[in-house]
Design a protein around this ligand. Structure first.
Ligand code: E4P
Length: 216
């Protein structure tokens, strides 16, 4: 399973990369706004800065919602760095754009996916990644991990689908473990969720005992 970090914060990306287990980054317009990144050339420069911190895929989302706009923005984003993956929303024009990018060899991440039907469409359009938002489903009393299981099952039925499941909107470390059980290829997580994987009280107790014995 690959780990991506879901942030546009350079310090958090640096901290996660320093762990040595980071495989990529996802961003979205809200995460960019949270860091105060707006307008060109700031947005494009920020993506380049992220790409220089991590040797892995970096999802950069288009802001347009029409086909021509998405194509123009996506081609510009893809030209910024070899690791850029163009993030496209799950809308009708987005499906056309995914197919266009796929035919041109530009890698994509289909975002805002909340159903198995949407995941089938994304795969048919040749998306490199599909991003089911499990935390937002959980927030609405729907089992988000079940959607990951459903998509994994469907994609396994059709080996010609090359789309990887990128579990998104992850809230905590239990989500990561359940997504791994369900067969997600990637989990994109807040830094806290990755660091929480470290925690177990018996590890802390065991280490304290080892250190105490070593000092004897
Ligand atoms: C994924 O690429 C999205 O950026 C993200 O996971 C959304 O998560 P949220 O529901 O915490 O905003």
């Amino acid at each position: 399973m690959k780990f991506f970090i879901d942030t546009a914060n350079l310090d958090q990306i640096r901290e996660a990369a320093a762990l040595g287990v980071l495989d990529g980054v996802t961003t979205n317009p809200s995460l960019m706004a949270r860091e105060g990144i707006k307008g060109q050339p700031n947005i494009e420069q920020h993506y380049v800065d992220i790409c220089n911190l991590v040797d892995g895929d970096v999802s950069a989302e288009v802001y347009s919602t029409d086909f021509a706009g998405m194509v123009k923005e996506g081609e510009k984003l893809a030209s910024l760095h070899k690791n850029i993956v163009v993030k496209v929303p799950m809308i009708k024009e987005g499906i056309r754009a995914l197919k266009y990018f796929s035919d041109k060899g530009i890698r994509t991440n289909c975002t805002l996916v909340f159903s198995a039907g949407q995941a089938i469409l994304a795969a048919k359009a040749g998306a490199t990644y599909v991003s089911p938002f499990l935390g937002r489903l959980d927030d609405n009393s729907v089992d988000g991990v079940h959607l990951i299981e459903q998509i994994a099952h469907i994609y396994t039925n059709y080996p010609a689908f090359n789309t990887q499941i990128l579990a998104a909107s992850i809230r905590h470390s239990v989500h990561i473990v359940r997504c791994a059980e369900a067969g997600a290829h990637v989990a994109t997580c807040p830094l806290t969720a990755i660091l929480d994987l470290l925690k177990h009280p018996l590890t802390d107790i065991g280490l304290a005992k080892f250190l105490a014995d070593a000092a004897k």
